[in-house]
Design a protein around this ligand. Structure first.
Ligand code: GLC
Length: 461
């Protein structure tokens, strides 16, 4: 009986291992498909699922930026308000203060004016608490960089309409609207006198913040709740770019790679079911395989299948295990990194989160393996995406001597050590020992907010 249960569970894991396998050959196909989709997306609007959004950022920070700037960073379950004092080449960021506010879940699926009203009111409170009555802005309008981390069709550096929501957001009446106009209206209602100088994506902010500290940064990646990348493109190679070419010759592109989809992706029955039951079925397929919002949920689905086919979790009621999103990525990270000899942390997580008690060591090892399979696939796919971008811009290819730095932000990369290790080793595997010496990845913490302030400074009148 026990042996039968173990065998049934092992079969589920073996099938998972097989379906998630991402060999180097497979990843090279993914990188090539990513590169091809990027080209198609640059050719014309709607040319690819990978939207390749023109950011209107044609200059990245130089270090000379000066002044006090605000930034708003909206994109996950929290949003942040920042105030940054930039003091030029020598002194750099002289002061940086921020406040994080969590967004009440009902506002993520309510209406636009409620969400923007909530944000503007938090901003108003922050300004009062930071500036008190004496303000350096007495005779000058404050300026703000707005990081809004969803796909937006930019119409200029400081305006853009929301194409669709992603991650856990779904507010119908905001789709198609100019998000800067919505914010501006909400700020006026709160009596906040501030000009939105730049509207950017978090990947663009991470790229800008990365570049501010390191001239070799050419790509910005987010591996957090969602996943996406931005990079510096040669403006003359963007057929859909209308009008005069920017003087710098460059244009930052927000790829929105989260929406990438291809027959070469290793997709399992769990991913399919997750997608079907998601807020945005059929969309953000790459993101659903990679990002922090989904990894724990994929693991939960595998555990539920095991529970339905075998008794290794004991005689448990499966109510918890049937609850969507009950297992979060930090939970699977904790289990994956458990180095106690008897996997005590795995036991605790299973008991606390899923009410699965009395597991055997073999069962707990199996759970760790599931976390490893799901997370390795994610990290390897993210690495393939990065390689696709590097190839698109002719970096780390034979003959290229330049150093290329990838600035990365997001909880998955920052806090999940096994994920990060796997991403880094996969880059070496795909690029080769030699070429990978010219590529470095660098954690760029809170880059999205700082980047918005830096870009606002560059746009400042
Ligand atoms: C989602 C959004 C994208 C953002 C990413 C990371 O993919 O669509 O705009 O950059 O999440 O936050």
């Amino acid at each position: 009986m026990v042996a039968e249960a173990a065998a049934a569970a092992e079969r589920v894991v073996a099938e998972l291992r097989e379906a998630c396998a991402a060999s180097a050959a497979r990843l090279n196909e993914v990188a090539a498909a990513m590169e091809a989709e990027m080209r198609a997306g640059l050719r014309e609007e709607g040319g690819s699922k990978v939207k390749m959004i023109i950011s209107y950022v044609d200059n990245l920070p130089t270090g000379n930026e000066e002044g006090v700037f605000y930034a708003l960073d909206l994109g996950g379950t929290n949003f942040r308000v920042l105030r940054v004092h930039l003091a030029g080449k020598e002194k750099r960021v002289a002061k940086r203060e921020s406040k994080e506010v969590s967004i009440p879940p009902h506002l993520m699926s309510g209406n636009a004016s409620e969400l923007f009203g909530f944000i503007a009111s938090a901003l108003a409170k922050y300004i009062t608490s930071e500036e008190g009555h004496s303000s350096v802005f007495d005779d000058k309008q404050r300026e703000l960089g707005f990081t809004f981390s969803f796909p937006v069709r930019q119409t200029s550096i400081a305006s853009g309409t929301l194409i669709k929501w992603t991650k856990a957001f779904s507010i119908d009446d905001a789709v198609g609207e100019d998000v800067v106009a919505e914010l501006q209206t909400a700020m006026e209602k709160q009596g906040v006198d501030m000009r939105v100088a730049a509207l950017i994506n978090d990947t663009v902010g991470t790229l800008a913040a990365g570049r501010y500290n390191d001239e070799d940064v050419v790509i910005g990646v987010i591996l957090g709740t969602g996943s996406n990348a931005a990079y510096v493109e040669e403006a003359s190679t963007i057929p859909k770019l209308e009008g005069e070419l920017p003087k710098s010759g460059n244009m930052v592109i927000n790829t929105e790679w989260g929406n990438f989809d291809s027959s070469c992706l290793p997709i399992t029955e769990y991913d399919q079911a997750l997608d079907e039951e998601s807020l945005n079925p059929g969309e953000q397929i790459f993101e659903k395989l990679i990002s922090g919002m989904y990894l724990g949920e994929i693991v939960r689905r595998v555990l539920l299948k095991i529970a339905s086919q075998s008794s290794i979790f004991g005689n448990v009621s499966h109510t918890k295990l049937k609850t969507r999103f009950i297992l979060r990525t930090p939970d699977i990270s904790a289990m994956h990194h458990d180095d106690t000899p008897d996997l005590r942390i795995v036991a605790e997580k299973l008991a606390d989160n899923l009410k699965i008690v009395d597991t055997s060591l073999v069962t707990r090892k199996m759970v760790v393996e599931i976390c490893d399979i799901v997370t390795s696939r994610s990290a390897r796919l993210a690495a393939a995406g990065i390689v696709g971008i590097l190839r698109k811009i002719g970096r780390a290819v034979p003959g290229d001597k330049r150093q290329s730095v990838v600035a990365i932000d997001g909880g998955l990369f920052e806090h999940y050590a096994e994920f990060r290790k796997c991403l880094e080793s996969t880059l070496v595997e795909l690029l080769g020992e030699e070429a990978s010496k010219s590529v470095a990845v660098k954690l760029t913490k809170d880059g999205s907010g700082l980047g918005a302030a830096l870009i606002a400074a560059a746009q400042s009148q």
